[in-house]
Design a protein around this ligand. Structure first.
Ligand SMILES: Nc1ncnc2c1ncn2[C@@H]1O[C@H](COP(=O)(O)OP(=O)(O)OP(=O)(O)O)[C@@H](O)[C@H]1O
Length: 435
């Protein structure tokens, strides 16, 4: 629940209600920072390195003995107070979801593309935030439920949902729903932006089916033990839901004289991304290789964001192509989607440097200006359109078959009456019954 928290007043909220508008709305990325709880046993400390102020939505290093021993008071980062849209400590997954993601899901149902990603060092709580547990479901299960709730409440639209689940591991894109497809390519499309070709897309009809699909994909993920996390994600994962919708029946979706518009279907994409955590040099060779790839792609993400937010300059060359991750995020970061970033930090003194890097990343992301646009797409490639075409085709065939059968029946009847007439003619005229 969001007790005591003021509503977030970005243009995300302000622009709601204009659901059919195709003019862009200008937005900043919505950024939250979440500090996970201290686990004294595994964290090997009882002292919280950070001081969080949820009323100011700010965070700074705590003024305690451990911090002052480690950092001289002149240390610039000790003085800095970082501000974000939201700051969380000891908050539930439900609260984070309700505040930051729920409004976005409703906009996705209205036709906007949306991307949510978690960013932070290893063991800081990214997967907990994104996927959660049975007892405390994370963003993905809650978002999936909300999508189906919206569909249930929508009386006048029909929907088609398809999901895919991918991972970027050592700079190759793997299909978690068909692991034999382990080197998928990225393509570009004027409507869809950058997307992964040949990814398995499963058409889904209820939340259980989606969660079963994800669970199945999870078994194919790269997970191993790091110095800080027993179950550390060694890959970036992208869960994608494509939502197609059109008005029920044959009424045009939008008032237009164009025959194409009559067939228009709204398509939006919801991308939920759990990034792998950065980590200092690991002990074994495979893990060092993984770590190098993860760090490189996160570094490229940082560079792309720095480029996009350079003050007083147009972005110039933005190195999206330097990593698979930034290439996949290109459409979202270059402005065609609503974006929410949840940066996670660990609460301990031992990870303060990594946490400061995460906070600086979060501050930079906050400056990106987006121009999300929603417009109906008259696209023959949408599944709803394909299905409608197939149904129309089947109806035609049925009609032809029915016409044929009716004709045949008519022919049969004509033949029958002809034969009857012939039989009648060849039959001996009835004889009077003689007594
Ligand atoms: N907010 C939280 N509340 C309770 N437990 C949490 C929270 N955040 C993280 N944890 C726990 O901390 C541990 C590490 O979290 P998690 O696996 O989500 O980290 P991560 O950032 O995804 O790490 P990696 O990048 O290595 O995959 C897990 O046992 C998780 O359950």
């Amino acid at each position: 629940m969001t007790v005591g928290l003021p509503p977030i007043t970005t243009q995300h909220n302000r622009s709601r209600g204009g659901s059919n508008s195709s003019s862009p709305t200008y937005d900043n990325v919505l950024v939250g920072v979440r500090c996970r709880p201290l686990f004294p046993e595994s964290d090997k400390t009882h002292e919280l390195a950070w001081q969080l102020n949820p009323l100011q939505q700010s965070i700074q290093l705590a003024n305690n003995n451990s911090n002052s021993r480690r950092y001289p008071t002149s240390h610039v980062n000790l003085q800095t107070e970082y501000h974000y849209d939201r700051v969380y400590y000891e908050s539930s997954n439900e609260q984070v979801y309700q505040d930051m993601v729920l409004p976005l899901i409703q906009q996705t149902m209205d036709g906007y593309n949306a991307t949510v990603f978690t960013y932070g060092q290893t063991a800081s709580g990214k997967t907990h935030t994104m996927m959660g547990t049975d007892l405390e479901p994370g963003i993905i299960p809650q978002a999936v439920n909300e999508v189906f709730n919206c569909i249930k409440q929508s009386k006048n639209n029909e929907f088609l949902l398809r999901v895919s689940y991918l991972e970027i591991y050592n700079e190759t894109i793997r299909d978690l729903l068909a692991p034999e497809n382990d080197n998928l390519k990225i393509y570009e499309d004027p409507h869809r932006g950058t997307y992964v070709g040949q990814a398995t897309e499963k058409v889904v009809t209820n939340p259980h089916e989606v969660m079963d699909t994800i669970l199945c994909g999870e078994t194919n993920r790269h997970i191993s033990t790091t110095d800080y996390n027993l179950h550390s994600s060694r890959s970036h994962t992208l869960f994608q839901m494509v939502i197609e919708s059109r008005q029920s029946g044959n009424t045009p979706l939008y008032k237009s004289h164009s025959p194409r518009a009559k067939a228009s279907v709204k398509i939006s994409q919801l991308n939920l991304i759990d990034l792998a955590g950065s980590e200092k040099a690991a002990s074994n060779q495979d893990r060092r290789k993984e770590g190098a790839y993860i760090n490189k792609s996160l570094l490229t993400l940082g560079t792309v964001i720095a480029k996009l937010t350079e003050p007083g300059k147009s972005a110039g060359h933005v190195p999206y192509r330097d990593s698979k991750l930034t290439r996949l995020l290109q459409s979202s970061l270059s402005g065609s989607a609503r974006v929410v970033v949840i940066c996670t930090i660990s609460p301990t003194i031992f990870t303060v440097d990594e946490s400061i890097n995460t906070l600086k990343f979060a501050s930079r992301v906050k400056k990106i200006v987006l121009r999300a646009k929603n417009e109906p797409i008259a696209d023959d490639k949408t599944l709803l359109q394909q299905y409608k075409s197939e149904i129309d085709e089947l109806k035609k065939k049925l009609q032809v078959a029915n016409d044929g059968r009716a004709q045949e029946q008519q022919n049969n009847e004509t033949m029958l009456s002809h034969e009857r007439q012939q039989v009648t003619h060849t039959m001996a005229p009835p004889q009077p019954i003689s007594t």
